[in-house]
Write a protein that binds this ligand. Structure first.
Ligand code: SF4
Length: 405
């Protein structure tokens, strides 16, 4: 395994901003912003124009203070500030790996869950792009046996504001808004947007929080704001089959599937949701994914577990199962944690598996682990809610690629 170990930089941030009970305009759709503006007395004929202005300031310019909205009258700015907030989530810690990977521990208010919650968001810079791994839930209701989060209880869904907030925090910290400066020495792509790709692959099953994830991703891909191409947004699911068609129709993102096994008896153990939606049903939903084509392939994630799912027969069966689906396969060397019963496959085994898949015409990159130094330290963040979970590590290591690759 190629694990470039490096020293982490941990930067506790001073004076964090906290979300308050003041309602935020972040994470709302345009009609919802319009409703809020009507609620503070903005004239109906002005609502559309004011909504467009505010949208542009929040998402294209990255402002966090209504006073910076220079084309809005002073009086209206004061009224907006008296009624709403644009505050970001609180950044508890920021860790920077020597390879440039960044991880933020973010804190959100309780919102009825009894106490504030914390989640992690990870940025992975490469030469041609910067990928942000975003969380959708605090904890998870599913119990995948290779995943540490699966052993911890679900706390709550994240709101659309909190999902979008992860993107805004990353762009703030990287200086990825106009007139903002990238921190000296930060590892970022050599050209283009610093956050160019989003993967919904952090904590949680995004299709169990569909409405909030949908709203957040539609905001992320809105051409007058964050403007991320839907080809650069990937939603990863463990296989919530009934929601897969809606993901294509209503969100239009790229799709990734946590497959990890080619037989139902084994996948029942690794990804217990398989008992409800077995492999054949899952792959049928993939075959019919709206917009699927050779230019918009589905990514299948396959974690390499020694003597569990890594034989040549498994590789051949994988190829057979995926026949007819425009696909690529991310082979992920397993990264064990204390107490887990699985081990990572031997490197030769992973390469042999990859060769079989490649010869069948599928791209099957074996991902180089990134940010191992800060991942190793993640348990020490002492998050009140959850520790870094394997799935997020897998996300880092897989670094789902979009089809321009
Ligand atoms: S892999 Fe994903 S779906 Fe499975 S338990 Fe972990 S977070 Fe939940």
């Amino acid at each position: 395994m190629t694990a470039p170990l490096a020293v982490a930089t941990t930067a506790p941030l001073k004076a964090p901003l906290s979300l308050t009970e003041t309602p935020s305009l972040v994470g709302l759709s345009r009609p919802e912003i319009g409703e809020r503006l009507a609620g503070i007395g903005i004239e109906p004929k002005q609502i559309r124009m004011r909504t467009a202005q505010i949208w542009n300031w929040i998402y294209a310019r990255g402002v966090t203070d209504f006073n910076d909205m220079l084309n809005v009258s002073k009086d209206l700015r004061a009224t907006l500030a008296a009624n709403f907030t644009l505050k970001r989530p609180e950044i508890v810690t920021e860790q920077i790996s020597q390879d440039g990977t960044r991880k933020w521990l973010l804190r959100f208010p309780a919102r009825g869950a009894g106490r504030p919650v914390e989640i992690e968001t990870v940025y992975i810079p490469e030469i041609g792009r910067g990928t942000l791994c975003v969380s959708s839930q605090v904890g998870c209701t599913l119990t995948c046996s290779f995943c540490h989060t699966g052993t911890q209880k679900m706390v709550r869904n994240l709101t659309a504001e909190e999902i979008v907030g992860q993107i805004l925090v990353a762009r703030d910290r990287l200086g990825d808004f106009p007139d903002k400066t990238t921190p000296v020495g930060a590892a970022v792509p050599s050209e283009g947007r610093l956050v160019s790709n989003i993967v919904m692959m952090g904590m949680g099953e995004p299709l169990y929080n569909f409405d909030n994830v949908k709203q957040a991703l539609l905001i992320a891909s809105d051409g007058e704001g964050l403007s991320l191409s839907k080809r650069r947004i990937t939603l990863s699911t463990s296989g919530v089959v009934p929601m897969i068609p809606r993901t294509g129709e209503e969100i239009g993102s790229m799709l990734a599937i946590s497959l990890h096994a080619v037989r139902d008896d084994l996948r029942d153990m690794l990804v217990p949701l398989n008992k409800k939606y077995p492999i054949a049903e899952l792959l049928d939903a993939c075959r019919n994914y709206p917009g699927l084509s050779n230019a918009r392939r589905i990514t299948f994630e396959y974690v390499m577990l020694k003597d569990v799912n890594d034989t040549a027969a498994d590789a051949r069966e994988l190829v057979r199962l995926l026949r007819g689906i425009p696909a690529k396969i991310n082979l992920i060397p397993f990264n064990p944690w204390p107490g887990v019963n699985y081990q990572c496959s031997d490197w030769e085994t992973i390469e042999a598996f990859s060769d079989i898949v490649n010869r069948a015409g599928y791209a099957s990159p074996i991902r180089t682990p990134r940010g191992r130094d800060i991942l190793a330290a993640c348990g020490q963040l002492k998050s009140e809610s959850e520790r870094m979970r394997v799935r997020e590590r897998l996300a880092l290591e897989a670094m789902v690629t979009n089809d321009e690759d």
